[in-house]
Design a binder for this molecule. Sequence first.
Ligand code: CP
Ligand code: NVA
Length: 311
Amino acid sequence: MPDFSDIAALDEVALRRILDDSRARKKQRAGLPRGACDADRPLEGRILAMIFEKPSTRTRVSFDVAMRQLGGQTIEMSGEETQLGRGETVADTARVLSGYVDAIMIRTSKHSVLEELAEAASVPVVNGLTDRSHPCQVMSDILTFEEHRGPIRGAKVAWVGDGNNMATSWIEAAARFGFALELACPEELAPDMAVVKWAKAQGATIGITQDAVAAAADAACVATDVWVSMNDESADGKSAATARHNLLQPFQVDARIMAAAQDDALFMHCLPAHRGQEVTAEVIDGPQSVVWAEAENRLHAQKGILNWCMT
Ligand code: CP
Ligand code: NVA
């Protein structure tokens, strides 16, 4: 059974299969109560364990509802409430859980924890965000882009802000889905250059600049994320957060940056957002923003992911 660890770990055929399933399921169940199952209940009798070592609103609720709608069930575990918090190894936890459940979703600080879990588990493991990447979010973002603007292949997307875990997943997606990605980040918060190198070797068109307006020029979509990610909070402390704010201020997505993009360019943000920091209220609450569709599509995209992993 395959893992969903990162966009780069899957080929375009598998990623497209997931999105096609997501889109079809979303269409088929339109109008049904949220608690009603999809007609085919493909995960009937299956259980997903959800491990959260970090806070979450969207990932937590969308995975839970996704499993219910596919006919399955979930068990939620927070790192501190389990023996993981008292030093039981990740590998031992993976072996034990593999005897109880059919798949494991984990949100963790260290990408190496996800890798260790996936290595030792005999059931599929899904990446619900690590310090390195957030592939489930980008699947939702591609679904959202294509619902609003048609095929993403050949389009230009601008990433403006921190070169963080979301940026990494966007870079991997550019390689797999064939769109051009221009990243505008402060030099100190540049994206992971190993991922950029990998994506370019795959034939992706990736540009890196420190000029946010130039990155947004003629883009079909402008995406950003928080200035201080969950991992930065624990690692950096308050003064480092202030330093990040200072570095990222010129990268705030505002009307000037959106005006550089195409007239009907989409604005995307994985949420949670901080109005007045990475994006102005005018932009995130304005007509080009598709942030609520992105959030809802987490549910639909993850149904495609779970179904692909488990059936
Ligand atoms: N976008 C996202 O993953 O949100 P949560 O942190 O609320 O899960
Ligand atoms: N980059 C953010 C994404 C939150 C969904 C973080 O890691 O906190």
